[in-house]
Design a protein around this ligand. Structure first.
Ligand SMILES: [Zn+2]
Ligand SMILES: [Zn+2]
Length: 345
């Protein structure tokens, strides 16, 4: 069977790989769609990570959907032909974190396409524990199935945010996660939503998807408009899907008293920040990673059309053109989300 291997920084090659082994609790899943995540692109581009943290050749990809073609003898509730979204995590179910319902912090946590050597989903067939697979509803496409993962990231971030109806919200970053955060907030009854990005194409998309205000910090100063947007209160809630020094500093400055800042985005940057502001405003700064029990909620949000997940997909490629997909994603500035189609391997 075929797989797409990252063989060095910026080099993806299609080659043969062996069929995955299936344990008693595993489903064998014929992959149908995989979206490229920012983290895949980060490993693809980053010479240091690709050389030192990942054992090459390496198979990327963790936002995936597919069809069940076989299952182990202890699997319950699935049959051949079922269409599933794959929750890419694996966890032990026994450590203190799993036992207290926080399996995203599991001491023995695993994830598809996690360095150094857990291969991901850019291949014809994967094997995955049935407990981490979720059936798509009849009205959902495989493309939407692959988008359940990033929607789940957003659901998790929302769940820990302490959101209140009519909260004015600042979102840093109009990439897939920022845009999905915006859509979820609007569905849940947010007040004014301001979204920032340095890419005008992404800001235009944010406007179409319901942003009340957009701002490009390369051109305009955030401080000048925030007081108007929040009627002088500043923001009670901020989502940072970028995670750099500048967005963190802006968040701390623009947060209202006792506001919550949820950090979803990651970068390699170290950041320093104003401790006085954090203390005097009693800010709550929360990191979030992956998801806990969010897949069923994300599936329902997509299926009930509460989130238009398709709206973030700008590019689609056949598996045979995956190399081109990565190259274009990095050069045209108009790619928000790319989906890889496995129909014609
Ligand atoms: Zn992802
Ligand atoms: Zn555990």
């Amino acid at each position: 069977m075929k797989a797409a291997f990252l063989s060095g920084p910026g080099i993806i090659e299609i080659g043969d790989c062996s069929r995955p082994k299936m344990g008693p609790e595993d489903l064998l899943i014929k992959i149908k769609r995989v979206c490229i995540c920012g983290s895949d692109n980060h490993i693809y581009n980053n010479t240091e990570i690709a050389k030192s943290k990942v054992k090459l050749p390496f198979i990327l990809g963790h936002e995936c959907s597919g069809e069940v073609i076989e299952f182990g003898n202890e699997v319950k509730g699935f049959k051949k032909g079922d269409r599933v979204a794959v929750e890419p995590s694996s966890f032990c179910g026994k450590c203190p974190y799993c036992l207290t319902g926080r399996y995203n912090l599991c001491d023995n946590y695993g994830f598809l396409a996690a360095p150094p050597d857990t291969h991901g989903a850019f291949r014809e067939i994967i094997s995955h524990n049935y407990r981490n697979c979720y059936k798509l509803t009849e009205n959902m496409t495989y493309k939407q199935g692959a988008l359940v993962e990033p929607v789940s990231i957003v659901v998790q971030a929302f769940n820990i945010s302490g959101f209140n109806i009519n909260d004015d919200v600042l979102i840093h970053g109009a990439g897939p996660i920022g845009l999905m955060t915006l859509m979820l907030l609007k569905t849940m009854g947010a007040g004014n939503c301001l979204i920032t990005d340095i890419n005008d194409f992404k800001l235009k998309t944010a406007e179409k998807l319901g942003a009340d205000f957009t701002l490009n910090p390369m051109r305009n100063r955030l401080n000048d408009i925030v007081s108007d947007i929040t009627k002088g209160r500043f923001f009670p809630l901020i989502f940072d899907t970028v995670g750099i020094q500048k967005t963190l500093n802006d968040s701390i400055f623009l947060a209202g008293k006792n506001a919550t800042i949820v950090i979803i985005g990651i970068s390699d940057e170290k950041a320093s920040f104003d401790i006085v502001d954090i203390i005097s405003k009693m800010l709550v700064i929360k990191g979030t990673t992956d998801f806990v029990n969010c897949f069923p909620k994300a599936i329902r949000l997509i299926s009930d059309k509460k989130i238009n997940a398709d709206a973030v997909v700008t590019d689609s490629y056949n598996f045979s053109d995956i190399n081109e997909a990565f190259i274009n994603m990095n050069k045209n500035g108009k790619t928000i989300k790319t989906v890889i189609n496995f129909d014609n391997i």
